[in-house]
Ligand binder design. Structure first.
Ligand SMILES: *[C@@H]1O[C@H](CO)[C@@H](O)[C@H](O)[C@H]1NC(C)=O
Ligand SMILES: *[C@@H]1O[C@H](CO)[C@@H](O)[C@H](O)[C@H]1NC(C)=O
Length: 290
């Protein structure tokens, strides 16, 4: 055997050893120490009555010692299946997000309203954690016009907190609002076609009526879409409000000066606008997996 041949053999041997070594470490590696039976699976997306455009739930992997698994076990180390009552396939867009810390976020969007839904999570065809999950009854999809008649029931289904500090604070200065005179003043002060963009909404019998003020009111599509989505899910009480479609807060009057209530996507310490989630957030919730 020449020196060259010898070198070639050693090289092959070395490569084979490397391969063996890496496959050995793979098979007993990270995902191998997950105890799939102990997987914790929870979240609002496992309840039929939690109706959002893209539903979601969480998966926390647990290791052999019963502790949280804190690394990625791969991009999608388990399978998720959705099945309806009669076993038929469900039209769904599903995404598993690896947080790379042992927790996974499962998002899914259904494209039809279902009666009963079964969600199962499996590893090598064996159920993990408390899988399968039964979502009993009516599972509404985003465009189902199926409003829950009682607001309080809807709050409960959505696990809404009793209040949000910021909204409470912003609203606190508006105790008695005379809708007619407030609307007159708001329109008179902010109906400047190029400087302001305002939408006046009235929700009556869960139908939405809207009039805009100003030239650049294209962003009404965002306030329209979140209100429309809400009225498909719950019967809203009759409401009237102004939404500022612009990029800066409008009402600079002091509290003593009787400011008018205007809902805005922005605020500041020196303005009285009532701040609500911005259109990019509401739109992301509405369009996720859409
Ligand atoms: C384990 O993970 C869950 C969910 O991610 C978390 O709530 C809990 O605090 C974690 N437990 C420990 C001991 O870190
Ligand atoms: C608002 O301004 C426009 C343009 O200046 C005007 O045509 C309209 O009559 C005003 N509307 C009200 C309610 O003041």
């Amino acid at each position: 055997m020449s020196a060259l041949q010898m070198w070639k053999c050693l090289k092959v041997l070395f490569l084979v050893l490397l391969c063996l070594n890496s496959s050995a470490s793979e098979s007993k590696g990270e995902s191998g120490s997950v105890d799939w039976k102990k997987t914790k699976i929870w979240g609002p997306g496992l309840k039929a009555e939690f109706v959002v455009p893209a539903r979601y739930f969480f998966v926390q992997l647990i290791d052999n010692e019963g502790n949280n698994f804190t690394k990625s076990a791969g991009e999608r180390p388990f399978d998720v299946h959705l099945k309806n009552q009669d076993g038929g396939r469900v039209r769904v867009y599903l995404r598993v997000l690896d947080r790379t810390d042992g927790m996974y976020l499962v998002n899914y969007r259904i494209y039809e309203t279902l009666a009963d839904l079964e969600i199962s999570l499996t590893k090598d065809n064996i159920h993990i954690g408390d899988s399968p999950f039964q979502l009993k009854g009516f599972v509404a999809h985003e465009n189902c016009n199926c409003p829950e008649p009682r607001l309080s029931t809807w709050y409960k289904h959505m696990s809404c907190p009793a209040s949000y500090r910021q909204i409470k604070n912003d609203l606190a200065i508006f105790k008695d609002v005379d809708l007619e005179s407030t609307a007159r003043e708001t329109i008179q002060r902010f109906n400047i076609s190029t400087a302001h963009s305002l939408s006046r909404y009235k929700i009556i019998n869960n139908k939405i009526y809207r009039k805009t003020y100003g030239e650049h009111v294209g962003f009404k599509m965002f306030s329209d879409s979140i209100l429309l989505s809400l009225t498909r899910k719950v019967v809203l009480p009759d409401i009237e409000l102004f939404i500022n479609l612009g990029d800066w807060p409008l009402e600079k009057k002091t509290v003593a000066d009787n400011p008018v209530p205007i809902f805005s996507w922005c605020g500041s310490d020196t303005s009285r606008d009532i701040v609500m989630p911005t259109y990019d957030l509401t739109e992301a919730s509405l369009e996720l997996l859409g």
